[in-house]
Design a protein around this ligand. Structure first.
Ligand code: CP
Length: 312
């Protein structure tokens, strides 16, 4: 594997889950693999879990991580070709990506969407520019349309907590005060579509995700019906895809409560707003597996980096 920028870069998710479980049981087993190798983590946006777990994964493999907050600390980057750069951007991605490739054996990038320009976001301008102009592998630490490290983590976490052969997994929208991206939800949908589970989505009218991603996955606009007999309820807010980037609904009746969950396990990628997205009684109960989910970020990232290092 050269790059890891999409859930579609996973050839066989069951094998990857088994491999991630093996890494988790012995995290330092491959600590010589990344000796003398450097990974650069470039953040255009904030992060807690991705920033720390990807560094931890690199350290477990013997790599040296170097981290940069690109927005603010680096020169303003230009991504358009042929631009007369007499505005706010001081460095073109052509030079920047090539230069970072001199210092790093792998480059990982986080770059959120605008949520204003659907076509630009769907073009994955930043991630694709790094793929085009860097001479080393690129890892997506959450882009405009996907968060594949999170999606792999979520598949691993569900597999670890599976109690029956045939699981029912629900992705439920929940309210939020701000316009949030679709990336986590998209990658979760794509991961579940690769797994042998019954998978449904619950969201209000006007909040259907990109139909090219949801495909044949059933979509309910009634949360109660969707949650019936669920083993896992994965919750995430996203802004409207149809009315792109807009917050059209903040109905608190979509918040996740203990009553709604019944016996299902609660998952969320974090960070989560308590008593807006999910009530305290869920997060503070044994139903919640969000901390184990966050722990698994390390092993998903470690598996991805291991596969790339083995191919260098
Ligand atoms: N889940 C996740 O990506 O968390 P951070 O935004 O804190 O990295």
């Amino acid at each position: 594997m050269k790059h890891y920028t999409s859930i579609h870069d996973i050839d066989d998710i069951n094998t990857w889950i088994a491999d991630a479980k093996a890494l988790k049981s012995n995290p330092l087993k491959d600590s010589a693999l990344g000796k003398d190798k450097t990974i650069g983590l470039l953040f255009f946006n904030s992060s807690l879990r991705t920033r720390l777990s990807t560094q931890k994964a690199a350290l477990n493999l013997g790599m040296t991580p170097i981290v940069m907050n690109v927005s603010g600390d680096a020169w303003g980057l230009e991504f358009e070709d042929g631009t007369i750069m007499n505005g706010n951007t001081a460095e073109h991605i052509k030079e920047a990506a090539a230069v970072v490739s001199q210092y790093c054996d792998i480059i990982a990038v986080r770059a959120f969407p605008t949520l204003k320009d659907k076509a630009k976001d769907e073009s994955e301008q930043v991630m694709n520019a790094f793929k085009k102009y860097a001479s080393v592998p690129i890892v997506n630490m959450e882009s405009a349309t996907g968060h594949p490290l999170q999606g792999l983590t979520d598949a691993l976490t569900i597999s670890e907590h599976a109690k029956t052969a045939k699981l029912k997994v629900v992705l439920s929208w929940a309210p939020h005060v701000r316009a949030l991206p679709h990336a986590v939800a998209n990658s979760f949908v794509q991961a579940m579509q690769k797994m042998d589970v019954e998978f449904v989505i619950a969201n209000p009218e006007g909040y259907n995700l990109n139909p090219e991603i949801t495909g044949d996955t059933p979509i309910y606009h009634n949360q109660e019906k969707a949650f019936k007999d669920a083993d896992f309820v994965y919750t995430k807010n996203w802004s409207s895809y149809e009315d792109y980037g807009k917050v059209k609904n903040t109905d608190p009746n979509w918040m996740i409560t203990k009553d709604k969950l019944e016996n299902a396990k609660f998952m969320h990628c974090l960070p989560v707003r308590r008593n807006v997205v999910v009530e305290d009684a869920v997060l503070d109960s044994d139903s919640s597996i969000v901390i184990e989910q966050a722990n698994n970020r390390t092993f998903a990232a470690q598996l991805v980096l291991k596969k790339i290092l083995e191919n260098l």
